[in-house]
Design a protein. Structure first.
Length: 531
């Protein structure tokens, strides 16, 4: 009996862990560390080009060793330059093992343990649904008996008409250890929870980014949250925010993102950039509240050599650096009043003049600004210009605080539990989940993430309990209690500062305001306490 070329596959393992499989759909397969090979082995001990798998006919395969004797066939060093390879044979390349076999072939596990002392892949052949993808408002069924392909070519299972998606971009398949995604050497890469991967296991609730498309993955379609560019939500309010992001993305008009500290204002700014045709252009973020007034003008607009003491060379400002892309101005309400007319002029003319120069430089920079302040009150108090307010307030995105969208808490918990793939998966006990759902989250999404990450790092078991959860301010509370028992005042003050910095996401100016002290006093105390 003869078998068509397409019935042969290479199955990849690292140790005993199955990773992915590739169809033998050409007469010559190149293997090695180089990115131009058909099989890329990410191991520094493997040469750029290590071997060729050559198809001589039906069930006739030959391995050419180009590594100088570094590869192994069924555990033995090659005796000849060309070696016959049969179905079931194992090719060792560095720490990876490749097994040649058929898709339908039933693996003889007992023979495998005796001859190669390793487990071979087993594919579920059932026809029941095992997982789901959510793309925009569509739910897409993944089946255990099929390989699901994503790309811009018409014969993919999911076709994405996107200039940043390759013809055959990535594929998702089921193996006995779970669902896996493989990037098919795409131009712009595949990301899982924001991490660029060649191949990765898909865990419950992860987000897959392919080009500008964001896909949610889960084994129960009811547990797939809405997502955009790494941001996760289930609430109607945040779904509305995501729709505004898609609607505003291509506009050149400024966008103002409103929300409390920790709600994800910069994430929305980044999503506006990534969802637009500017995605490959620069994205620059500048925090107006974290820079001293003496340097913020230079950071925004740049300077020429000799403009001030220490200006030894010309320097581009953030507007120039971000030209063609997006400039995110965080805490715009903290911008010094004397610089606001210059910002207004740049917004109106799309030209910038470096500090110390008389020449205007044309730019094409989209502005996204964010603030937690009520700028109307700032105008009344004389801290913000009304004309700048009206120039900025064209498109508004308002992010509700986490306490007003409790349905998002569960989705975010699932997301953060899976975020770090270097940490073994953990489950939540009932008391831990109850504590998380009952908390009011004054630090919003940032605080929730920090609580989960801390719990994952300090927990020693497979189950996170209420004892593993430490909420913002608890360090201050425990230090204050210790003060009554003889702990120094410095320890209490340090705990207050740490809690304020965590609450503000590291924004020192905002932390100083929350404690009611000046920035200079706060900075002095930070230096004194080693923060």
């Amino acid at each position: 009996m003869s078998y068509p070329l397409s019935s042969a596959y290479l199955y990849f393992f690292r140790g005993k862990v199955p990773l992915l499989h590739l169809k033998i759909d050409k007469v010559e397969f190149l293997m090695g560390r180089g990115m131009t090979n058909d099989v890329v082995v990410p191991d520094p001990s493997v040469p750029e080009l290590a071997a060729r798998l050559i198809v001589r006919g039906d069930e006739q395969y030959e391995l050419q060793d180009i590594s100088g004797g570094l590869i192994r066939l069924n555990g033995a060093a090659p005796k000849d330059h060309y070696m016959p390879v049969r179905f079931g044979d194992a090719i060792q390349l560095g720490v990876y093992t490749l097994i040649l076999d058929r898709w339908w072939r039933k693996m003889d596990r007992e023979r495998s343990r005796q001859t190669r002392r390793m487990s071979e892949p087993h594919f579920e052949r059932g026809f029941s649904s095992s997982a789901w993808l959510r793309w925009q408002e569509r739910f897409i069924e993944l089946r255990t008996d099929q390989t699901f392909s994503i790309g811009s070519e018409a014969d993919n299972d999911l076709v994405l008409q996107d200039g940043f998606v390759s013809g055959y971009h990535c594929q998702i398949l089921y193996m006995d250890s779970g669902w896996r995604i493989t990037d098919l050497h795409s131009t712009n890469g595949t990301r899982v929870n924001g991490l660029k991967v060649q191949h990765a296991e898909l865990r419950q609730g992860v987000t897959i980014d392919v080009g500008s498309a964001s896909l949610g993955f889960a084994q129960n379609r009811d547990e797939i949250p809405a997502s955009t560019h790494g941001m996760i939500a289930e609430s109607p309010a945040m779904r509305g925010v995501f729709r505004l992001v898609e609607r505003f993305a291509e506009s050149q008009e400024p966008v103002v993102v409103l929300g409390e500290s920790g709600t994800g204002k910069e994430g929305i700014s980044r999503a506006l950039h990534d969802a637009s045709s500017r995605a490959e252009a620069p994205y620059i973020a500048l925090n107006c509240g974290a820079l001293a007034a003496s340097i913020i003008e230079s950071e925004l607009f740049g300077h020429v050599k000799g403009a001030f003491t220490g200006a030894l060379t010309d320097k581009k400002g953030a507007f120039e650096e971000a030209s063609g892309g997006t400039l995110f101005l965080d805490e715009i309400g903290e911008l010094p009043l004397e610089l606001q007319p210059k910002l207004l002029r740049v917004l109106e003319t799309q030209r910038v003049r470096r500090l110390g120069s008389t020449t205007e430089i044309p730019i094409k920079t989209r502005i996204v600004a964010a603030t937690h302040r009520n700028l109307v009150n700032s105008i009344a108090a004389g801290r913000f210009r009304q004309d700048l307010f009206h120039r900025l307030y064209v498109l508004i995105v308002e992010i509700p605080p986490l306490r007003e969208r409790p349905e998002d808490v569960r989705a975010l918990i699932r997301h953060f539990l899976q975020l770090d793939t270097t940490i073994p998966p953990r489950a939540l006990s009932e008391d831990a989940l109850g504590g998380l759902l009952a908390h009011t989250w004054p630090g919003n999404v940032r605080e929730l993430r920090n609580v989960i990450v801390r719990a994952l790092l300090i927990s020693e078991g497979s189950l996170l309990t209420a004892q593993d959860l430490h909420f913002s301010g608890e360090a201050f509370n425990s230090a204050a209690k210790g003060s009554a028992e003889g702990v120094t005042t410095d320890a209490v003050e340090r705990a207050r500062m740490v809690a304020a910095l965590e609450q503000s996401g590291g924004n020192r100016a905002a932390a100083a305001r929350s404690l009611g002290v000046s920035k200079s006093t706060f900075y002095d105390r930070m230096r004194r306490m080693g923060l």
